[in-house]
Design a protein around this ligand. Sequence first.
Ligand SMILES: Cc1cc2nc3c(=O)[nH]c(=O)nc-3n(C[C@H](O)[C@H](O)[C@H](O)COP(=O)(O)OP(=O)(O)OC[C@H]3O[C@@H](n4cnc5c(N)ncnc54)[C@H](O)[C@@H]3O)c2cc1C
Length: 374
Amino acid sequence: MQSQICNPDHCTGCMACLNICNSNSIKIKTGVTGHLYPYIDTSVCTDCGLCHKICPENTPLSLSAGSYAYAGWHKDPDNYKTSASGGAAAALSELIISRGGAVYGCVEEKGKIKHIRISDSKELHRFKGSKYVQSEIKEIYKPLLKDLREGRQVLFTGTPCQAAGLRSYLRKDYANLYIADLICHGVPSQKDLNDHIQQKCGTTDVDSIKFREGNTFCLSVKKGEQTLYRSLLWEERYSDSFFNAFIDGYNYRESCYHCRYACPDRVSDITIGDFWGLGDDIKADNKNGCSCIIPVTEKGKELLENIEDRFILHRRDIEEAIKGNDQLRAPMVMNRRIKIFRAIYPILGQSLSYKLLNADRIIKLRTKKSIKRL
Ligand SMILES: Cc1cc2nc3c(=O)[nH]c(=O)nc-3n(C[C@H](O)[C@H](O)[C@H](O)COP(=O)(O)OP(=O)(O)OC[C@H]3O[C@@H](n4cnc5c(N)ncnc54)[C@H](O)[C@@H]3O)c2cc1C
């Protein structure tokens, strides 16, 4: 028998329940969109109620607003260029490792997006870059708690719902724990990505998948040195169905459309993202992208003070950050196109559903291009 931990439409897949359960009763199933959903296997459950109690959807956490933001980028050019935006996450990670600590974050390994622990600075490059898929958390909060109890400084980076999952699992604050969450507009599933790669490359046995090349959104798949597939988003708009569905908000987890963390109030010590809508006064200096950093707690502020030797920081009004970034105001709105996409997707699959839904836009764009060529 199965029973639910929270309303599946609101379940973020943070996996706090999986990590807290002592009786191995939490099992995982795959939903229609390919996202992972925990449930209770009642045949082994001891009815302790912990999973219900700590679930951040059942027991919401307190959130706090930052009162100012920073625009910034890494001083080291190589570090800057290889980061998703300005390299704020990289600078924070380097700081914690230099203090003998451990960093938990998201890597891509042979096409699989997952959270891992790193304590060696040589390995930190693996965290770099945004992977536009919900990263698999599994039972990663357990070794993190062990690190905390052993007195190590720990930095956790992840989506706001994962940050909430970790806080809920821990149930108390630890002075040696720093949490950095990303500004996030939603997460597609690993299954969706796998299906797409299979369709485009004829295999999912790949060595690497990248979602960004500097400031450019790009899906590129490699096997060894050979590029199996590469699509640049803005050059070929509507052509790659996975990436375009992500940008347009079609293929997110259901909970992303009700996300309680897509707002100015934050769940972590420090929030990082892209500084969209940055004023022209400093725009020209950051061609490879610019981080938006919002210190929320005293710990977040302390981290920032200590990366100033490696990171350029310009203080900005919080309103500027919020105005430029939709997901600092509200979750992605499920509009009519998204609703239809999600209704036909299980029957027609991602590629056909996306193309059908955007046929008018695709025709318009092609006509425009033909006229330009003429
Ligand atoms: C799914 C998703 C949606 C996003 N949406 C927005 C948005 O709407 N607006 C915005 O301003 N920024 C958004 N971002 C954040 C942005 O793309 C950058 O990841 C962020 O600015 C950090 O860049 P950086 O240069 O500091 O990081 P880097 O130094 O390049 O390091 C990347 C960091 O991101 C973490 N990370 C990467 N992929 C994931 C993942 N799938 N899940 C959890 N953590 C991950 C890594 O652990 C690492 O700490 C999103 C990121 C993701 C993954």
